[in-house]
Design a binder for this molecule. Sequence first.
Ligand code: NDP
Length: 483
Amino acid sequence: MTQPIASHFINGAYVEDTSGTQIDVIYPATGEIIARVHSATPTIINEAIVSAADAQTKWASMTGTERGRILRRAADLMRERNRDLSVLETRDTGKPLQETLVADATSGADALEYFGGLAASVTGDYIPLGTDFGYTIREPLGVCVGIGAWNYPTQIACWKAAPALACGNAMIFKPSETTPLCALKVAEILYEAGLPAGCFNVVQGLGDVGNQLVTDPRVAKVSLTGSVPTGRAVYAAAAAQMKHVTMELGGKSPLIVFQDADIDDAVSGAMLGNMYSSGQVCSNGTRVFVHSSIKTEFLKRFAERAAKIRLGDPLDETTQMGPLVSEAQLQKVMGYIEIGQKEGATLVYGGTRPADLVGYFLEPTVFADVTDEMTLAKEEIFGPVMSVLDFETEEEVIERANATEFGLSAGVFTRDLARAHRVVRALEAGTCWINTYNLAPVEMPFGGTKASGIGRENATAAIEHYTQTKSVYVATGPVDAPY
Ligand code: NDP
């Protein structure tokens, strides 16, 4: 069953308020309405904040070991229910089950397990000061708000909730209105694992609900996964009250294939970095710089493999590519394909909707002869559209790769490891891959530079972003005052 028990999850229970605007949940593979939820009213938002603020102080007073045990129990429950959660993720987003079985609840469980393990080691420092000493306390921030994009609804909820809760914060999570279902299951699982009521609340709604949460003075921190324009608006609203922020925003990342690369591996990397989740991944390497000497061979092998990608029913485990998340996203991406052709890029493969499928499907699409000033090379498309650009020298490609406002990710394919390390040092990006693409294990920090964001998720780096430091000076002798 896809219809949730109610729209919101507050203080440990499902809550409904049908006076909020109705949000239809559409299965992107067929266009049918599979569930309905309601946007949070000011009353619901207030309930969520009050219960979170109340729960947070008690949660923070538990030991890290106790908090961690609950998170690790939740990780186990997520893994046990991986299939059901994956089916729900597929219904919510349209991503194929083949992907959701390995990339969503499993990644969420990794985050819960990892931060559950770290919770007990969130400690301060001892600072010797002659005969005096000081120490620091890593305090939780308080009530944190998480706001999610629609491409990875389970993973985004867990990547935010796990470190927030491990550090003793409470979280209110607002999923994207396009994919409201999965975060409710995360809440159910956390409570079943023993999380005290109020520590993780889910409220539904559009940007206006997000904005009410961000601007509420009882909220201490906001972590957003979304586009750069939304990031700018949320960051500015948070700054007005000097709130902490983590911004995981968009990208237009470069993937550089040198002439000595293993071409099949490079094609695999480019496929992972452009076609996975129908291209709706923030870190995608959508500007693929291929050395001119291997361009023809690279494009030939890519097109051969793209032709074999199986599009179709996302719930069929042999399907490799599902639809885009919504009609609006499909239209946006189709618009970019039209612009690409008008601006003179060469359409090598795809570009049209498969005639036999009713949902928001689009063929894997590859453009060659893309130049730096074309729209295809500048704007985030967020669909299965890859642009191939030619280059000649290392210096040239580094300069062109960095000539963007974005700085989320980058990839390099080469057999020359000295060059690989030299190039990634020069690339302006938060995450770089050498001879692979788009792997984001919880053990490694993830996030952007430049307009792609601020702060980091995952790894011990996330602890910095969900705590603040209190310094305590302790005198052991008489006070030396000159008065
Ligand atoms: P949006 O920026 O449109 O929305 C992101 C979230 O912010 C949604 O929940 C949205 O609500 C909410 N929102 C919108 N306006 C406001 C506001 N003024 N105040 C508070 N909240 C607001 O992104 P999409 O959902 O379209 O997701 C795609 C984008 O996310 C892409 O740019 C992609 O690159 C980025 N992304 C980044 C990732 C990263 O880790 N760096 C990972 C995944 C995606 P609603 O949509 O319900 O109106």
